[in-house]
Design a protein around this ligand. Structure first.
Ligand code: PLP
Ligand code: COI
Length: 363
């Protein structure tokens, strides 16, 4: 399919200079360095998807009565593009993000973007912004596709108009200093998602609801918050922006089962495949906070890690909770955690073969 035919490039008249870009790419951190262009498409009930383009990245002009500002009808995605060892440019599993974006849209009563338009918008933007992919180790171009309700109307109903956009950010590690192991706060007060709610959708509202607990985590010196199920307030579900895995002393792995309260992470799915292909037993089963604490104390639980596009695979060293703090293993990165991380990153960066056909080659 001809990408340019769908997302023609309307190049910026004032691109960032090579020198300024090089400076921004030295230590980009996460989510602060943005490229010169964005993908954009409009939707209306009458016209369907129209006016697709790669356009100069610029502020939006929105009416104060714009629906998204009031009722948070918004969804997003996160995926990365890499420059491989051979100089080639790839994206990791964009079709999986395209499918999840449609699921999120369905839950939020938004129009379904055809999968090929989602993937094309990302490909076209990465093609235009290839010079923004950091070449440093651990660097990538983080893509943030999102859709907002743009009807100017205060009635509570699904919007008739939407804007879909993709912005790109040159990134390094999500956690400051690459964090060898993070500490997490298990919130026993706030929950993130309830059965029948939007927990399995990637909508901004879920993150807004998580921020008070994330603020508590930061206040207590933790990096992230982990949420328990909203019904029994016992079972570990996921972090504010990452899934969670547990490693046991028999070499097996466990992760909470998918449900309508957990985001089906693409990193989670990839790690399950990698681990199972190594012959490792992976159980998708409920795991209670109390059990986690007891297993960490007895030594049955030897490692734990968080995973996601932004966080990749990040060891969890400490867990704090009102019901009692505990340390996992030695409090540092675990062996299986790091070896799974290495296998995943090797495929993502083209350093190892891609037997699963996960990479989408752009150039
Ligand atoms: N859970 C939540 C709430 C997230 O925001 C993310 C990040 O996207 C994940 C899990 C991990 O998903 P993925 O691996 O697809 O990035
Ligand atoms: C991602 O990993 O893509 C996310 O959306 C999570 C967020 C913590 C940045």
């Amino acid at each position: 399919m001809n990408i340019a035919a769908h997302f023609p490039l309307n190049a910026t008249a004032s691109p960032t200079s090579n020198e300024a870009r090089a400076e921004k790419l030295v230590n980009p951190g996460f989510g602060r360095v943005f490229t010169d262009h964005m993908a954009i498409a409009h939707y209306s009930d009458e016209k369907g998807w129209h006016d697709l383009a790669i356009a100069p990245r610029q502020p939006l002009t929105v009416d104060p009565a714009c629906a998204v500002l009031h009722y948070a009808q918004e969804i997003f995605e996160g995926l990365k593009a890499y420059r491989g060892a051979d100089g080639g440019i790839t994206m990791f599993r964009p079709e999986a993000n395209a499918r999840r974006f449609r699921k999120s849209a369905e839950r939020l009563a938004m129009p379904l973007l055809p999968e090929e338009l989602f993937v094309e918008s990302c490909r076209a933007l990465v093609s235009a912004e290839r010079d923004w992919i950091p070449t440093s180790e651990g660097g990538s171009l983080y893509l943030r596709p999102f859709m907002i309700a743009s009807e100017i109307f205060l009635g509570v109903k699904p919007s008739s108009d939407y804007i879909y956009m993709v912005i790109a950010s040159s990134v390094g590690a999500y956690f400051k200093g690459g964090a060898p192991a993070v500490s997490i706060w298990a919130s026993e007060t706030y929950t993130r998602a309830a059965p029948g709610g939007t927990g399995a959708a990637k909508c901004g509202g879920n993150y807004a609801a998580s921020l008070i607990a994330q603020a508590e985590a930061i206040k207590l010196g933790c990096d992230q918050v982990v949420f328990l199920d909203a019904v029994e307030r016992r079972y570990v579900e996921e972090l504010g922006g990452m899934n969670v895995f547990f490693v046991f002393d028999d070499g097996s792995l466990a992760t909470p089962p998918l449900s309508d309260t957990i985001l089906a992470g693409i990193t989670r799915d990839s790690l399950i495949a990698l681990a199972r292909d190594r012959g490792i037993t992976v159980r998708e089963e409920k795991y209670a906070l109390d059990q986690w604490r007891a297993d960490a104390a007895s030594g049955r639980l030897v490692e734990a890690f968080a995973c996601g596009t932004a966080a990749v695979v990040t060891p969890i060293g400490q867990v704090k909770a009102s019901s009692g703090d505990f340390t996992i293993g030695s409090g540092g990165p675990g062996q299986l955690t790091m070896s799974l991380r290495e296998s995943l990153v090797a495929i993502q960066t083209g350093a190892a073969p891609d037997p699963y056909d996960w990479l989408d080659r752009i150039a």
